[in-house]
Ligand binder design. Structure first.
Ligand code: M6R
Length: 385
């Protein structure tokens, strides 16, 4: 079953171009998103909603965090994102006209499922309390739930009002790779559909996004071609105990995802920071034993990131930079630079850069000799809290 691959994780990393093709299939045309792929009631629901609230765990939560940046920046839709285990115990205020989105590969994650059940219970009890006129609780209206899931027959798909399936295929490795990529594709389709229905984006933007998504399998393929360079860089981690991942904007959650993957499969302690936070504490950690991995797309924040990286360099940190061919972070020999992507847009960039970080954590784990597909203490599906 593994074919030429040593591990499921490696196989699943290389299946991503196909997973994207399969997830897009039947959901877009050359120029447009098909809103109906979110269900027959999608158009009516999207028309009414005023805000999004995303709830998930682990890697699926990171997909939600990327979507928050997209939702507000590109589509001008207010969006909150939360870890399910926090949401369910903090007695949240729920506002009218909110679309609650749960994201899960397995559809069985206990905390995500409990959060969804809680939202439904609140909707139910608040409207009956209001009807009975016993309290001052205002009536809740316009609450809908949608789940983005990779398993058609699962607890989450049974509970949610609307379901959108990612077509990543079975994911065996405990570390989530292709599921994450297809979750981001699903979120891009969802936001574009909402933006289209609510007219917060012009048609030209919808065309651009669909064109970009159609190019994504190819962009991922190109990213995968950098594997040998990443194998060489992975050597840097042979004797390291810690690593710091930096990004800005959507690359901040991608840095978080890169750090999670490295922790999970190589047992190296890794943290992610938004690069602008360096001065507020983590800069104190930097020395020659701390590799710093930065993601540097060609965007409005590049110049700011460059100066953050010079600060790291000045403290003796070892820099590993994944950048756009035109980003030109540094020709300094203290920087290990992978010129990995070009022509990526705001939606496709985080998805593409993440592929490089997946390969990095995989090859570091190989060097460390850990059990890549079954890391210690972890389960593929977390069905207990
Ligand atoms: O099945 P889910 O997407 O709900 O799982 C959530 C997390 O347990 C999962 O993403 C976990 O963080 C992965 N092992 C990370 O690679």
């Amino acid at each position: 079953e593994l074919g030429e691959h040593r591990h499921y994780m490696h196989k699943e990393i290389f299946e991503q171009p196909q997973a994207v093709i399969d997830t897009l299939e039947g959901r877009i045309t050359q120029e447009q998103v098909l809103v109906s792929s979110f269900g027959h009631q999608a158009e009516t629901v999207f028309q009414k909603i005023e805000r999004l609230h995303i709830i998930a765990c682990g890697t699926s939560y990171h997909a939600g965090m990327v979507a928050k940046y997209w939702a507000e920046d590109i589509f001008r839709i207010p969006c909150q994102v939360e870890v399910a285990s926090e949401f369910r115990y903090r007695n949240p205020v729920v506002e009218n006209n909110t679309l609650f989105i749960t994201i899960s590969q397995s559809g069985e994650t206990a905390d995500t499922l409990a959060a969804l059940q809680q939202i439904k219970a609140m909707r139910q009890s608040q409207s009956s309390e209001h009807a009975a006129n016993e309290t001052n609780v205002p009536e809740l209206s316009g609450i809908s739930t949608l789940t983005i899931c990779n398993v058609a027959e699962s607890s989450l798909t049974r509970e949610a009002d609307m379901v959108f399936l990612t077509h990543a295929g079975p994911e065996i490795g405990v570390a989530s790779t292709k599921a994450f990529t297809t979750q981001l594709v699903a979120l891009a389709l969802l936001l574009t559909s909402i933006g289209k229905v609510k007219r917060t984006i012009p048609e030209s933007r919808e065309n651009l996004i669909t064109n970009g998504l159609q190019k994504l399998p190819n962009l991922i393929q190109q990213a995968l071609m950098h594997e040998q360079e990443i194998i060489d860089i992975a050597e840097t981690f042979a004797d390291k105990q810690h690593a710091l991942f930096l990004g800005r904007g959507t690359m901040y959650p991608i840095a978080m995802e890169g750090a999670l993957k490295l922790k999970e499969i190589s047992y190296i302690h890794a943290e992610a920071y938004p690069a602008g936070e360096l001065k507020h504490g983590p800069l104190a950690l930097i020395d020659e034993n701390m590799p710093v991995i930065a993601i540097a797309p060609l965007d409005d924040l590049l110049e700011k990131l460059k100066s953050n990286l010079q600060e790291v360099k000045a403290r003796g940190g070892q820099m590993i930079v994944f950048e756009d061919e035109r980003s030109d972070i540094s020709s300094d020999s203290g920087f290990k630079v992978v010129k990995a992507t070009t022509n990526v847009g705001r939606i496709t960039a985080p998805i593409t850069y993440n592929i490089l970080l997946q390969l990095l954590s995989y090859h570091v784990a190989l060097i460390k000799g850990t059990d890549v597909d079954q890391p210690r203490n972890l389960a593929k599906s977390v069905t207990v809290e």
